[in-house]
Design a protein around this ligand. Structure first.
Ligand code: SF4
Length: 401
């Protein structure tokens, strides 16, 4: 697979080590300041400011610090990091080295999703080449006293390990389960030491930002969403694939780009994201409107959206780690409710209670998995009310009065 559309940031031309060499010419605080000034936000979906994360790790006191690249690309409908891993891995590795220099780490890990294990030999070849040329190891690129190396680790297919604390648990050889936060990984991460965990695309963007400057980067996108986003576009469209788009692009513009003008809905952000119906196709991909880790699934005419909601819920039921009650017990209840809706037996008052359960799951689930389960479920039911009917009852009249 190759990128279908090469955009202005990640796929723009850059020479080997351009970003890294520029970083090593700067003092560490200046690199941190560049990352902060760029307004880069994490490309994995959560959108946390990268500069804030790195600064917290840099100021955390410890004899060891770690850099982790999260390549556990497991969100349904997401396959954009694999393009970087397969075609532009040095961009990502250089970004990791820049991160290590900025926070003062000597060790990094690339955590690959289990399904990408076949990439390991080639990635190890590249790491060996970088060691041989002095880009990894002692005195990186001749920078006296800066030592750093990268090791590969891989998951075994658990969706939850895309969450950074579950990923760290998995790296430590434990069952992949989310940790309570605080403490956050920037203070207490891998083996209890300050750790930055960033997505593949985030590290690749860093390399360009340091090489080309923050003003160059901020010229793309919107005021609060600087730069570009890689989208994995799939589903009912003529030209699926990986596209780099500037933040601010509308759903309609994307659908035109991939020849999917007949779409009735788009799921933005994968199973944990939201369903957007045709009436809202002027909404924009950016942190201030529709945030996404990269998944963009198109649904054409004839798709049964209630089946789509069921599919996502069944996915979450399989992937929930079962640690906390709202997620473990809530998902089966949502599935039962959906079954009743499909059968035409769900009452209005019961659905009212289910909305309340969704709110509880959002607030009380321990990690992002449980917190995001209601997103697709409610957005599909709210957008496609004409596809089902609730049974009116007296209790509902009381509730809605
Ligand atoms: S929200 Fe779900 S996946 Fe996350 S800790 Fe709770 S049970 Fe596990």
């Amino acid at each position: 697979m190759t990128a279908e559309r090469k955009g202005p940031v990640i796929f723009s031309p850059i020479g080997a080590n351009d970003g890294l060499k520029r970083a090593l010419e700067l003092k560490r605080p200046d690199v941190l300041e560049m990352v902060r000034d760029s307004n880069l936000k994490g490309r994995g979906g959560a959108g946390f400011p990268t500069g804030v994360k790195w600064n917290l790790a840099a100021t955390s006191v410890s004899d060891k610090k770690f850099v982790v690249c999260n390549a556990d690309e497991g969100e349904p409908g997401t396959f954009k990091d694999r393009i970087i891993l397969k075609e532009y891995p040095r961009l990502m590795f250089e970004g990791m080295i820049i991160g290590a220099y900025a926070i003062g780490a000597e060790k990094g890990f690339l955590y690959l999703r289990g399904e990408y294990k076949s990439f390991e030999p080639e990635l190890n070849n590249i790491l060996n080449k970088m060691r041989n040329e002095g880009t990894l190891g002692k005195n990186v690129c001749g920078k006296k006293g800066f030592n750093f190396d990268i090791e590969l680790r891989h998951g075994v297919g658990a969706y939850i390990c895309g969450e950074e604390t579950a990923l760290i648990e998995s790296m430590e050889g434990n069952r992949g389960e989310s940790r309570n936060r605080p403490p956050f990984p920037v203070n207490t991460g891998y083996e209890g030491h300050p750790t930055i965990v960033n997505n593949v695309e985030t590290f690749a963007a860093i390399t360009h930002i340091i090489a080309k400057g923050t003003n160059w980067f901020k010229a793309f996108g919107t005021e609060n969403s600087a730069g570009s986003k890689l989208l994995s576009i799939s589903g009912d469209c003529e030209n699926p694939g990986v596209y780099e788009v500037e933040f601010g692009i509308t759903i309609k513009e994307i659908l035109d780009m991939v020849n999917a003008q007949q779409a009735i809905a788009v799921q933005v952000g994968g199973a944990s994201g939201s369903c957007v119906a045709k009436k809202d196709f002027d909404r924009r991909i950016c942190y201030e409107d529709l945030s996404t880790g990269g998944s963009f699934i198109v649904f054409g005419p004839g798709r049964n959206m209630l089946d789509v909601a069921q599919n996502f819920l069944e996915f979450f039921e399989d992937e929930s780690c079962g640690q906390c009650t709202p997620c473990r017990e809530g998902i089966p209840v949502l599935l039962e409710c959906l079954e009743e809706i499909k059968n035409g037996t769900c009452s209005e008052s019961y659905f009212y209670d289910i909305r309340s359960l969704c709110e509880t799951m959002r607030i009380a689930s321990k990690c992002g998995l449980g917190q995001s389960v209601p997103n697709a479920f409610l957005s599909i039911l709210d957008n496609f009310k004409s596809d089902y009917a609730l049974v009116p009852d007296a209790a509902a009249e009381e509730l809605y009065r």
